[in-house]
Design a binder for this molecule. Sequence first.
Ligand code: SF4
Length: 323
Amino acid sequence: MSSIYPEDPRERTRWILEKRPNWDERRQRLSQNPPVNWLLEEEPDAAHTPIAALTIFLTNRECPWRCLMCDLWQYTTLESLPMGSVPVQIDRVLNQALPWPSSGVSRHLKLYNAGSFFDRRAIPPADHSTIAERCRAFERVIVECHPSLIGDEVWRFRDRLGGGTALEVAMGLETANPEVLAKLNKGLDLEGFERAAERLRRHGVDLRVFVLVKPPFVSDHDAVTWAVRSVDWSFELGATVVTVIPTRLGNGALDALMAAGEFSPPNIDLLEAAFAECLAVARGRGRVLADVWNLELFCSGQSDDSTRRKARLHRVNLSQKWQ
Ligand code: SF4
Protein backbone atom coordinates (compact mmCIF):
# COMPACT_ATOMS: atom_id res chain seq x y z
CA MET A 1 0.00 0.00 0.00
CA SER A 2 1.45 3.39 -0.91
CA SER A 3 1.85 6.03 1.78
CA ILE A 4 1.04 9.73 1.69
CA TYR A 5 4.48 10.26 3.29
CA PRO A 6 7.19 10.77 0.63
CA GLU A 7 9.43 7.77 -0.07
CA ASP A 8 12.11 10.15 -1.32
CA PRO A 9 13.98 11.59 1.71
CA ARG A 10 14.58 14.86 -0.20
CA GLU A 11 10.82 15.46 -0.33
CA ARG A 12 10.15 14.93 3.35
CA THR A 13 11.08 18.33 4.81
CA ARG A 14 8.82 20.12 2.33
CA TRP A 15 5.96 17.71 3.09
CA ILE A 16 6.35 18.14 6.86
CA LEU A 17 6.48 21.95 6.58
CA GLU A 18 3.39 22.03 4.34
CA LYS A 19 1.38 20.24 7.01
CA ARG A 20 2.24 22.68 9.78
CA PRO A 21 -0.46 24.95 11.17
CA ASN A 22 0.54 28.57 10.59
CA TRP A 23 1.58 29.90 13.98
CA ASP A 24 4.01 32.50 12.63
CA GLU A 25 2.16 35.42 14.22
CA ARG A 26 2.30 33.79 17.62
CA ARG A 27 5.97 32.99 17.10
CA GLN A 28 6.68 36.63 16.16
CA ARG A 29 5.22 37.61 19.52
CA LEU A 30 7.54 35.12 21.25
CA SER A 31 10.50 37.01 19.77
CA GLN A 32 9.29 40.32 21.11
CA ASN A 33 8.58 39.06 24.58
CA PRO A 34 10.09 35.63 25.34
CA PRO A 35 7.90 33.97 27.96
CA VAL A 36 9.28 32.66 31.21
CA ASN A 37 8.07 29.11 31.62
CA TRP A 38 9.41 26.75 34.21
CA LEU A 39 8.50 23.60 36.06
CA LEU A 40 9.66 22.34 39.42
CA GLU A 41 9.34 18.59 39.87
CA GLU A 42 10.86 15.63 41.63
CA GLU A 43 13.08 13.11 39.88
CA PRO A 44 15.09 10.18 41.25
CA ASP A 45 18.84 10.66 41.30
CA ALA A 46 21.30 7.82 40.63
CA ALA A 47 20.66 6.42 44.14
CA HIS A 48 16.89 6.67 43.52
CA THR A 49 16.58 9.47 46.06
CA PRO A 50 14.00 12.06 45.00
CA ILE A 51 15.69 15.33 44.10
CA ALA A 52 14.22 18.68 43.08
CA ALA A 53 14.64 19.41 39.38
CA LEU A 54 13.89 22.82 37.93
CA THR A 55 13.20 22.90 34.19
CA ILE A 56 13.44 26.27 32.45
CA PHE A 57 11.86 26.26 28.98
CA LEU A 58 13.99 28.68 27.01
CA THR A 59 12.73 30.55 23.98
CA ASN A 60 15.09 30.82 21.03
CA ARG A 61 15.34 30.29 17.29
CA GLU A 62 13.92 27.10 15.83
CA CYS A 63 16.10 24.03 15.50
CA PRO A 64 17.49 23.46 11.96
CA TRP A 65 16.07 19.93 11.65
CA ARG A 66 12.49 19.13 10.65
CA CYS A 67 11.60 15.88 12.36
CA LEU A 68 8.32 14.27 11.37
CA MET A 69 7.04 14.00 14.93
CA CYS A 70 8.35 17.30 16.32
CA ASP A 71 5.94 19.86 17.74
CA LEU A 72 8.55 21.90 19.61
CA TRP A 73 8.92 24.49 16.84
CA GLN A 74 5.70 26.17 18.03
CA TYR A 75 7.63 27.39 21.09
CA THR A 76 10.50 28.81 19.05
CA THR A 77 11.17 32.03 17.16
CA LEU A 78 11.64 32.46 13.42
CA GLU A 79 14.88 34.42 13.84
CA SER A 80 17.78 34.30 16.28
CA LEU A 81 17.29 36.37 19.42
CA PRO A 82 19.97 38.88 20.39
CA MET A 83 22.88 37.90 22.56
CA GLY A 84 21.92 38.14 26.23
CA SER A 85 18.29 37.09 25.72
CA VAL A 86 18.73 33.56 27.08
CA PRO A 87 20.65 34.60 30.24
CA VAL A 88 17.90 37.17 30.91
CA GLN A 89 15.24 34.44 30.59
CA ILE A 90 17.19 32.28 33.07
CA ASP A 91 17.59 35.16 35.50
CA ARG A 92 13.90 35.97 35.36
CA VAL A 93 13.12 32.44 36.58
CA LEU A 94 15.91 32.20 39.14
CA ASN A 95 15.00 35.59 40.60
CA GLN A 96 11.50 34.39 41.40
CA ALA A 97 10.79 32.94 44.83
CA LEU A 98 10.57 29.35 43.62
CA PRO A 99 8.74 26.91 45.89
CA TRP A 100 11.81 24.73 46.50
CA PRO A 101 11.28 21.71 48.77
CA SER A 102 13.03 21.69 52.14
CA SER A 103 16.59 22.89 52.14
CA GLY A 104 19.30 20.32 51.78
CA VAL A 105 17.75 18.55 48.80
CA SER A 106 19.89 18.20 45.76
CA ARG A 107 19.07 20.58 42.92
CA HIS A 108 19.19 19.85 39.24
CA LEU A 109 18.61 22.39 36.50
CA LYS A 110 17.27 21.47 33.08
CA LEU A 111 17.72 24.09 30.38
CA TYR A 112 15.42 22.88 27.62
CA ASN A 113 15.34 25.06 24.54
CA ALA A 114 13.04 23.15 22.16
CA GLY A 115 16.10 22.32 20.07
CA SER A 116 19.80 22.05 20.74
CA PHE A 117 21.57 24.02 23.44
CA PHE A 118 24.74 23.89 21.32
CA ASP A 119 23.05 25.23 18.18
CA ARG A 120 24.81 28.59 17.87
CA ARG A 121 21.87 30.15 16.04
CA ALA A 122 19.62 29.25 18.98
CA ILE A 123 21.94 30.14 21.85
CA PRO A 124 25.01 32.21 20.92
CA PRO A 125 28.22 30.65 22.30
CA ALA A 126 29.07 34.13 23.59
CA ASP A 127 26.27 33.60 26.17
CA HIS A 128 27.68 30.31 27.44
CA SER A 129 29.92 31.87 30.14
CA THR A 130 27.05 33.85 31.65
CA ILE A 131 24.76 30.82 31.53
CA ALA A 132 27.42 28.59 33.11
CA GLU A 133 27.82 31.09 35.92
CA ARG A 134 24.08 30.84 36.73
CA CYS A 135 24.29 27.01 36.62
CA ARG A 136 26.98 26.82 39.28
CA ALA A 137 24.34 27.02 42.03
CA PHE A 138 23.13 23.56 40.91
CA GLU A 139 24.70 20.14 41.33
CA ARG A 140 23.82 19.12 37.80
CA VAL A 141 22.72 20.87 34.64
CA ILE A 142 20.94 19.04 31.86
CA VAL A 143 20.73 20.43 28.33
CA GLU A 144 19.35 18.89 25.17
CA CYS A 145 21.28 18.55 21.92
CA HIS A 146 21.10 16.86 18.53
CA PRO A 147 23.86 14.22 18.27
CA SER A 148 25.42 16.00 15.27
CA LEU A 149 26.27 19.00 17.44
CA ILE A 150 28.21 17.09 20.10
CA GLY A 151 31.71 18.54 19.95
CA ASP A 152 34.10 21.14 21.30
CA GLU A 153 31.40 23.58 22.47
CA VAL A 154 30.11 20.85 24.81
CA TRP A 155 33.48 20.32 26.48
CA ARG A 156 34.06 24.07 26.73
CA PHE A 157 30.68 24.49 28.45
CA ARG A 158 31.46 21.59 30.81
CA ASP A 159 34.72 23.34 31.76
CA ARG A 160 32.93 26.64 32.31
CA LEU A 161 30.62 24.96 34.81
CA GLY A 162 33.61 24.24 37.05
CA GLY A 163 34.09 21.08 39.08
CA GLY A 164 31.01 21.44 41.30
CA THR A 165 28.33 21.11 38.62
CA ALA A 166 28.00 18.01 36.45
CA LEU A 167 26.91 18.33 32.83
CA GLU A 168 24.37 15.93 31.36
CA VAL A 169 23.33 16.07 27.71
CA ALA A 170 19.94 14.73 26.62
CA MET A 171 19.82 13.39 23.06
CA GLY A 172 16.79 12.13 21.18
CA LEU A 173 17.42 8.64 19.85
CA GLU A 174 13.66 8.35 19.26
CA THR A 175 13.95 4.71 18.18
CA ALA A 176 16.60 2.08 17.63
CA ASN A 177 14.65 0.84 14.60
CA PRO A 178 16.96 2.01 11.78
CA GLU A 179 14.29 2.15 9.05
CA VAL A 180 11.88 4.09 11.21
CA LEU A 181 14.62 6.44 12.44
CA ALA A 182 15.50 7.24 8.83
CA LYS A 183 11.88 8.08 8.05
CA LEU A 184 11.64 10.47 11.00
CA ASN A 185 13.72 12.97 8.95
CA LYS A 186 16.01 13.66 11.90
CA GLY A 187 19.21 13.60 9.87
CA LEU A 188 20.44 10.84 12.14
CA ASP A 189 21.31 7.18 11.92
CA LEU A 190 22.25 4.72 14.64
CA GLU A 191 25.97 5.01 13.89
CA GLY A 192 25.80 8.81 14.32
CA PHE A 193 24.01 8.41 17.63
CA GLU A 194 26.53 5.86 18.85
CA ARG A 195 29.46 8.12 17.88
CA ALA A 196 27.95 11.06 19.79
CA ALA A 197 27.28 8.88 22.87
CA GLU A 198 30.86 7.61 22.76
CA ARG A 199 32.25 11.16 22.57
CA LEU A 200 30.18 12.20 25.59
CA ARG A 201 31.43 9.19 27.52
CA ARG A 202 35.07 9.91 26.65
CA HIS A 203 34.71 13.50 27.82
CA GLY A 204 32.99 12.66 31.10
CA VAL A 205 29.61 14.10 30.16
CA ASP A 206 26.56 12.11 31.25
CA LEU A 207 23.98 10.99 28.71
CA ARG A 208 20.21 11.10 28.98
CA VAL A 209 18.22 9.65 26.06
CA PHE A 210 14.72 10.34 24.79
CA VAL A 211 12.88 7.35 23.32
CA LEU A 212 9.47 7.55 21.64
CA VAL A 213 6.75 5.07 22.49
CA LYS A 214 5.06 4.17 19.21
CA PRO A 215 6.69 6.55 16.74
CA PRO A 216 5.09 6.71 13.29
CA PHE A 217 5.53 3.55 11.18
CA VAL A 218 5.58 1.31 14.28
CA SER A 219 2.40 -0.67 14.93
CA ASP A 220 0.70 -1.13 18.30
CA HIS A 221 1.87 -4.72 18.14
CA ASP A 222 5.57 -3.77 17.80
CA ALA A 223 5.55 -0.60 19.91
CA VAL A 224 6.57 -2.15 23.23
CA THR A 225 9.28 -4.29 21.62
CA TRP A 226 10.88 -1.27 19.93
CA ALA A 227 10.64 0.91 23.02
CA VAL A 228 12.40 -1.82 25.03
CA ARG A 229 15.10 -2.37 22.40
CA SER A 230 15.71 1.38 22.20
CA VAL A 231 16.02 1.71 25.98
CA ASP A 232 18.26 -1.34 26.19
CA TRP A 233 20.56 0.01 23.48
CA SER A 234 20.68 3.43 25.17
CA PHE A 235 21.98 1.81 28.36
CA GLU A 236 24.49 -0.20 26.29
CA LEU A 237 25.79 3.13 25.05
CA GLY A 238 26.22 4.44 28.59
CA ALA A 239 23.00 6.37 29.21
CA THR A 240 22.28 7.06 32.87
CA VAL A 241 18.66 8.10 32.29
CA VAL A 242 16.22 7.22 29.51
CA THR A 243 12.89 9.02 29.24
CA VAL A 244 10.12 7.27 27.34
CA ILE A 245 7.78 9.70 25.61
CA PRO A 246 4.42 8.83 24.05
CA THR A 247 4.28 10.18 20.48
CA ARG A 248 1.87 13.13 20.40
CA LEU A 249 -0.42 14.39 17.69
CA GLY A 250 -0.80 18.09 16.98
CA ASN A 251 2.10 19.15 14.77
CA GLY A 252 0.20 18.88 11.49
CA ALA A 253 2.30 16.12 9.93
CA LEU A 254 1.23 13.39 12.34
CA ASP A 255 -2.38 14.56 12.10
CA ALA A 256 -2.16 14.17 8.30
CA LEU A 257 -0.76 10.65 8.70
CA MET A 258 -3.53 9.83 11.16
CA ALA A 259 -6.22 11.16 8.77
CA ALA A 260 -4.77 8.83 6.12
CA GLY A 261 -4.91 5.89 8.54
CA GLU A 262 -1.12 5.70 8.75
CA PHE A 263 -0.57 6.70 12.36
CA SER A 264 -2.32 6.58 15.69
CA PRO A 265 -0.85 7.73 18.98
CA PRO A 266 -0.29 5.20 21.77
CA ASN A 267 -2.91 4.99 24.46
CA ILE A 268 -2.12 5.01 28.17
CA ASP A 269 -2.25 1.21 28.43
CA LEU A 270 0.43 0.91 25.77
CA LEU A 271 2.57 3.56 27.45
CA GLU A 272 2.28 1.78 30.80
CA ALA A 273 3.12 -1.60 29.24
CA ALA A 274 6.17 -0.13 27.53
CA PHE A 275 7.29 1.66 30.69
CA ALA A 276 6.98 -1.51 32.81
CA GLU A 277 9.10 -3.52 30.35
CA CYS A 278 11.64 -0.75 29.93
CA LEU A 279 12.10 -0.60 33.71
CA ALA A 280 12.72 -4.33 33.70
CA VAL A 281 15.33 -4.09 30.94
CA ALA A 282 17.24 -1.33 32.77
CA ARG A 283 18.57 -4.00 35.19
CA GLY A 284 20.26 -1.46 37.45
CA ARG A 285 22.12 0.22 34.57
CA GLY A 286 20.25 3.50 34.98
CA ARG A 287 16.85 5.10 35.44
CA VAL A 288 13.87 4.97 33.13
CA LEU A 289 11.36 7.80 33.39
CA ALA A 290 7.95 8.09 31.76
CA ASP A 291 7.11 11.52 30.38
CA VAL A 292 3.75 12.50 31.89
CA TRP A 293 3.44 15.82 30.06
CA ASN A 294 -0.12 16.17 28.65
CA LEU A 295 -0.88 12.61 29.72
CA GLU A 296 -4.60 13.26 29.45
CA LEU A 297 -4.18 13.23 25.64
CA PHE A 298 -3.49 9.51 25.85
CA CYS A 299 -6.31 8.60 28.24
CA SER A 300 -9.74 8.00 26.78
CA GLY A 301 -11.46 7.61 30.18
CA GLN A 302 -12.65 10.14 32.73
CA SER A 303 -10.36 12.94 33.87
CA ASP A 304 -10.03 11.35 37.32
CA ASP A 305 -8.64 8.28 35.53
CA SER A 306 -5.90 10.34 33.87
CA THR A 307 -5.14 12.07 37.19
CA ARG A 308 -4.88 8.71 38.94
CA ARG A 309 -2.67 7.22 36.25
CA LYS A 310 -0.45 10.26 36.08
CA ALA A 311 0.05 10.05 39.87
CA ARG A 312 0.91 6.39 39.55
CA LEU A 313 3.46 6.98 36.79
CA HIS A 314 5.00 9.72 38.89
CA ARG A 315 5.32 7.29 41.84
CA VAL A 316 6.92 4.70 39.58
CA ASN A 317 9.29 7.34 38.17
CA LEU A 318 10.47 8.06 41.71
CA SER A 319 10.66 4.49 42.98
CA GLN A 320 11.85 2.92 39.70
CA LYS A 321 9.64 -0.05 40.58
CA TRP A 322 6.52 -1.00 38.69
CA GLN A 323 3.68 -1.00 41.22
S1 SF4 B 1 16.04 17.68 16.40
FE1 SF4 B 1 14.65 17.78 18.17
S2 SF4 B 1 13.92 19.91 18.28
FE2 SF4 B 1 14.85 19.58 16.25
S3 SF4 B 1 13.13 19.07 14.91
FE3 SF4 B 1 14.00 17.14 15.67
S4 SF4 B 1 12.85 16.62 17.53
FE4 SF4 B 1 12.45 18.79 17.05
